[in-house]
Design a binder for this molecule. Structure first.
Ligand code: AKG
Length: 203
């Protein structure tokens, strides 16, 4: 595979929890390609309940789909880029979730890790607990549709090509990584989200 050179800039916003922004992580052409290729595949998003069951929820009104990295050379390149940057192996990273928020759609405050009572039964053979999240912003949203860390008073405005990274070594309900995606009023918002797992996926 050809390794692309990208010139990006890292901004460490917080150390505990670790929250960082990497500007220029993906190019305009790459982001546009992903939006055009996957926007028509998106279906109503689901959330994972405390019982470990996935179902639609009024708390998350976006549309989305999980993508297969092995079927798309650009996704392979982006996941390699994430691995080189974070040193977290791609084999311990979930396939990315493409998300499309239309105006008015949102994701209310939530944490990304799994409820402890569902871990062994539901996720024990699929890589275990989630330990970090990366969000790639695929378009500019005119200052709307921020990702907000509600307990930290920290708001991230989507910017095309910027990658947001945050990790959560503590997976307790009072986690400071509680976050939401605010609704836009006029523009659509597109992101690609991946989660790092503590273990390897056994398939
Ligand atoms: O869309 C965003 O800004 C964040 C996405 C998110 O919170 C999630 O998918 O867990």
């Amino acid at each position: 595979m050809v390794k692309h050179t990208v010139s990006c800039q890292l901004r460490l916003l917080m150390e505990d929890p670790h929250i960082a922004l990497i500007d220029g992580f993906a190019t305009k052409e790459e982001c546009e390609y992903l939006i055009e290729r996957y926007r028509d595949q998106a279906v109503p998003s689901v959330t994972i309940g405390d019982d470990g069951v996935e179902r639609p929820s009024p708390r998350r009104t976006s549309r989305g789909c999980f993508l297969s990295v092995e079927d798309d050379p650009l996704l392979q390149e982006l996941s390699q880029r994430i691995e080189r940057l974070t040193l977290w192996p791609t084999v311990k990273t979930e396939n990315p979730n493409f998300l499309h928020y239309r105006p008015g759609e949102e994701f209310k405050p939530h944490c990304d890790f799994f409820a402890e009572n569902t871990l062994v039964e539901r996720h024990g053979t699929t890589g275990g607990q989630r330990i970090a999240t990366v969000v790639l912003y695929l378009n500019d949203t005119d200052g709307e549709g921020a990702t907000v860390f509600d307990r930290l008073g920290l708001s991230i405005t989507p910017r095309l090509g910027t990658l947001l990274f945050f990790s959560y070594p503590m997976t307790t309900p009072d986690s400071l990584t509680l976050h939401s995606s605010l609704a836009t009023h006029t523009t659509d918002k597109f992101v690609l989200v991946s989660w790092f797992r503590e273990g390897y996926t056994i398939s």
